[in-house]
Design a protein around this ligand. Sequence first.
Ligand SMILES: Nc1ncnc2c1ncn2[C@@H]1O[C@H](COP(=O)(O)OP(=O)(O)OP(=O)(O)O)[C@@H](O)[C@H]1O
Ligand SMILES: [Mg+2]
Length: 496
Amino acid sequence: MKTLKADPGAKRLIESLRNMGYDSSTAIADLVDNSITANASEIYVDILLPKGSTPAAIIIADNGDGMDREELHEAMRFGSNQEYSAGDLGKYGLGLKTASLGQCRTLTVASKAKPKRGSRPRRVYMRWDLDHVYKTDGWDLLIPSDDELQSWENEILNHLVAQDHGTIVLWTNLQETLPLLSDLDIRKQEKFLAHLIDEVSSHLRMVFHRFMQGTVTGRRKLDIHVCGEKLVPWDPFCREEKTKELDIMRLPLVCEDTDGLKVKDTITITPFILPREDEFSSTATWRDASGPRNWNQQQGFYFYRNNRLLQAGGWSRLRAVDEHTKLLRIAVDFTSNLDRAFSINITKMRSRIPPEIREEIANHVGGWAKKARERYDNAPSRSSVSSNKSSHVSIPAHKNTEQTVHKPREIRLGSVTISSNEKLGTIAVSENRKGEIIISIPRNHEFHEIFSIQNENDLRSAYVVMLLLIEAVAKKKVRVSNIPLELLKKIYRQNI
Ligand SMILES: Nc1ncnc2c1ncn2[C@@H]1O[C@H](COP(=O)(O)OP(=O)(O)OP(=O)(O)O)[C@@H](O)[C@H]1O
Ligand SMILES: [Mg+2]
């Protein structure tokens, strides 16, 4: 049969791919997928505000295997060819381009491949520039030379020189999707930046928590840093707390792969009943466990594809969100062999329960929900639970009785909550989506004395210490690990 070439129009196809439904967090997560597949152990996400002649920019850098010229050329092609190994996170050969160009108009990728057999690879750059594509309506990649890069671009991409191998993805021309990053009002810029950092961080610490915890077989433990802050993984099932794990269910399923071949694989379903508020080790951990969308919306199914979380919570139309079952979270694990059954699309943002196993799961969900409800209903009566919701400075009453010693205690100072963590460990400072700052102090720490303060003057001094601590973290002057603890302890001792 005769054939005719019918190449797609670059301008219109790219424009439609830009609207796949990514937001900044999900787009960055798509690039983190690529870094993980390339065996990275460190990923740095940086969001730069404009400064002088340097525009706003977002950078995602990794220490993965990197790419040489041919590999990068193929990687930049829409629908790039790639052989995937078991456990790899890619599928369509599109994520790098569509996720990025949904957020920016200029995507520059610089990479340096791992040396192979005595070769010393150089860093290579390639760029998709939408203004150029739209002018020519062609699929022309730009290959800037060192001289054609702006000095600030060189400065960013030069980080690869010192590295043995790795990849840097640079997004610029962000005005369309992230105009507030370049707002003329500096305060607006900074407020938006703080909000963006919060969103991106809570998304990444959730989606990649297993990789960050180092529990994925065959993968290196992953550290992700967002604007200088190392993220702490967010485990939806709070396995460090008194979570109950119910019986695991395994369901075999046959499904067609992309070549139409039948593959058989197993879906693993693990229900967890999380502790009630009064059973958590501290108020801070309970709040952190509530997750980005809060307790009620975070109940339900957690779909993991090759250990990467696709969807966090929701009942896939099997039941309705209910306050009484909010302690029930269910991990559903499958491999990329079953992508078609779970309806995985390019964005890998959501998933559905395959129709073949829907009824079987539905039969079990009722029983799991009943158990979750029993735990919820067993809560001590409201009056016996400390519920200090006041926004004033207030100290819970101290009774020197045995029973009160192990109860969670907290001090609320406006939007700052300093809570006592009955476990041993280090001080944790975190900020939730509502902008509340939570400082959790383990009982073995010297600062834990703050919980025995009896009058407000002393408390004010302690507040100063805590403010210093918060300020240091918030202004990104120091990393949490770099806080001058000795200095703070000195001030603390002088004041109390
Ligand atoms: N950070 C990186 N390090 C090394 N190689 C990378 C990196 N990012 C992308 N690549 C290469 O570029 C290819 C294309 O990436 P892209 O995200 O567009 O598609 P994919 O990951 O194969 O599939 P999907 O569309 O599902 O994301 C990858 O298959 C990989 O070979
Ligand atoms: Mg990808």
